[in-house]
Design a protein around this ligand. Structure first.
Ligand SMILES: *Cc1c(COP(=O)(O)O)cnc(C)c1O
Length: 394
């Protein structure tokens, strides 16, 4: 099997799994307990909190554990909206956010909030002049993702942070794809809140966190006990927290070397696909993109058919977002960068990991070439196109 769907989820590292193990059957105490047995769990939780904070230049007491990226996004956006509503009811986001942000914004619109969805350019970069023009007296929150999960484009977070700060607006970023993959520093980037999720960087599923800058006074999202300084109730998921902490330490270790290795392999993949498959295009920014992300469109084919045939060759890939697969609508991200519906249907996202090899990439490119050729040979659209094309040449 060749696994090239690391944007959907990653393998739990062996080291992470080993670190988690004792916290199931041996050190199972509720960390909130008074006895020293519980203290050992709390100590592990605090170590994890510190590792996670260190990776973004935050303080441990600014990290709040959640059940994953979706909860963190919901919390940040809904709680900020509620907390700031006396100052206004206007929120700014982008057209290419993950559905955890987009659907939350749509929910808030039904509650009487106004949302501006700022456009992106053809590479998926938010239009900063439009963002600036969207700022109003009653804008309370800007939420823009650090890097896109489908096309990998990295956003100008520092500029957005500065704009938010200048206007006294809270700034949240969904960094689920970026955290642990590229360097991020909440102070340098002017971030007030940041979402991340364990399973996107070789930690376990069902655990994530929301960074909330000290002094940002948004309310709690899950009400109940006094865990997480009374801001997120629920018995701490000790094994999950230990796991995400270990994953953060591993991610911090050699992040630069890993980025270089993945970028080189990604660029090799991009070069081969664009060079060897006609009528193919790269989606997203050529250089300002996640080191492990490549996203292509192949004209005249259906992405779904491509994925099924790749699966028969043991290759796990995706057409964009795991969350939209199963629906026949083309990706909102590909439409936002200006692709026509037919082209957006023929997309393929390949996301690498540190373990991906050149052989994996070579095998994948060969398979994609064969399959695209085969699918096109059965496509009447392609046949028509070739006929016209040849006439043109004569
Ligand atoms: C995966 C993902 C999420 C959702 O995270 P979960 O932990 O799966 O809830 C949110 N935003 C982005 C950008 C993602 O890639």
């Amino acid at each position: 099997m060749i696994y090239l769907d690391n944007a959907a989820t990653t393998k739990v590292s062996e080291e992470v799994f080993e670190a988690m193990k004792p916290y199931f059957c041996e050190l199972y105490a509720n960390p909130s307990g008074i006895y020293s047995f519980a203290g050992r769990s709390m100590k592990a939780v605090n170590e994890a909190r510190k590792s996670i904070a260190d990776l973004i230049g935050a303080q441990p007491n600014e990290i709040y554990f959640t059940a994953g990226g979706s909860e963190s996004d919901n919390w940040a956006v809904k709680a900020a909206a509620e907390f700031c509503r006396t100052g206004g009811k206007h929120i700014i986001t982008s057209t290419i956010e993950h559905h955890a942000v987009l659907h939350t914004c749509q929910y808030l619109e039904k509650q009487g909030y106004e949302v501006t969805y700022v456009d992106v350019d053809e590479y998926g970069v938010i239009k900063l002049d439009e963002l600036e023009a969207a700022v109003r007296q009653d804008t309370i929150l800007i939420t823009v993702m650090a890097a896109n999960n489908e096309i990998g484009t990295i956003q100008p977070i520092k500029e957005i942070g500065a704009l938010a700060r200048k206007n006294g607006i809270l700034f949240h970023t969904d960094a689920v794809q970026a955290y642990g993959h590229i360097p991020l520093n909440v102070d340098e980037l002017g971030i007030d809140m940041l979402s991340a999720s364990g399973h996107k960087f070789h930690g376990p599923k069902g655990i994530g966190f929301l960074y909330i800058r000290k002094g940002v006074r948004i309310g709690s999202f899950v009400h109940g006990g006094a865990q997480e300084r009374s801001r997120r109730a629920g018995t701490l998921n000790t094994p999950g927290i230990v796991g995400i902490g270990a994953a953060a330490r591993l991610a911090a270790d050699g992040i630069q070397e890993r980025m270089e290795k993945e970028t080189a392999l990604r660029d090799y993949l991009i070069r081969r696909v664009l060079g060897e498959i006609p009528y193919s295009r790269l989606n997203g920014h050529r250089t300002d993109r996640l080191p492990n992300n490549a996203n292509f469109c192949f004209r005249f084919i259906e992405g779904e058919s491509l994925l099924i045939l790749l699966d028969q060759q043991g290759i796990c890939a995706s057409s964009g977002s795991a969350c939209t697969s199963g629906s026949l609508d083309p990706s909102h991200v590909l439409l936002a960068i200006g692709l026509p519906h037919e082209t957006a249907h023929g997309s393929l996202r390949l996301t690498l990991s540190e373990e991906t090899t050149k052989e994996d990439i070579d095998q994948t490119v060969e398979a994609v070439k064969r399959i695209v050729e085969r699918l096109r040979s059965m496509s009447p659209l392609y046949e028509d196109f070739m006929k016209k094309d040849q006439k043109k040449e004569v």
